[in-house]
Design a protein around this ligand. Structure first.
Ligand code: SF4
Ligand code: SF4
Length: 159
């Protein structure tokens, strides 16, 4: 399965990936409207962590054994045929089991709005269906995020 691979050596903490993630999951798919009108500033699945000089964009690994799915009490998290660990926000009851269960901090609580629910990376499933890469990968100016099958790509990039 292809996943987003993080190459922390190349991350410059520009936060482009966070913005691209928010925009691609917004109604307008426009970053300004998403942040200022749709109130989605905190709704990114690609969270940039910085401990200078180290920086990296952290997101869901779509694990072989998804702890989030085990912890989900409503069946909102399922593995799709293409391998994506998908969280159906409509089925989420806001128990935060996935938020606590994910060892990578990749499932987040959405506390805004009337209905509380969790959210996580869906690998930009709509973009994949259209033959595009995940938005964070496309937005990264420095190839710190790659969409590929194997972890060995990291070593190829470094050399
Ligand atoms: S949310 Fe966490 S536990 Fe679930 S698939 Fe992603 S990285 Fe794995
Ligand atoms: S877009 Fe790339 S370089 Fe910028 S913060 Fe994200 S991972 Fe780092």
């Amino acid at each position: 399965m292809k996943k987003v691979i993080i190459v922390e050596d190349y991350c410059i903490a520009c936060y482009n990936c966070e913005v691209a993630c928010v925009a691609s999951h917004s109604r307008s798919e426009d970053p300004i409207k998403a942040y200022k009108r749709e109130g989605l500033r905190g709704r990114t699945n690609a969270v940039v962590e910085v401990a200078s000089p180290l920086a990296f964009s952290s997101m869901c690994r779509h694990c072989k054994h998804p702890w989030c799915m085990d912890a989900c009490i409503s069946g909102a998290i399922q593995r799709l045929d293409n391998g994506i660990v998908y969280l159906d926000e409509e089925r989420c009851v806001g128990c935060w089991g996935c938020v606590v269960g994910c060892p990578y901090g990749a499932a987040h609580p959405n506390l805004d709005g009337e209905r509380k629910h969790a959210f996580k990376c869906d690998l930009c499933i709509k973009r994949l269906d259209a033959g595009l890469n995940p938005a964070c990968v496309e937005a990264c100016p420095n190839k710190a995020l790659l969409y590929d099958e194997t972890i060995e790509v990291r070593e190829e990039v470094r050399t």
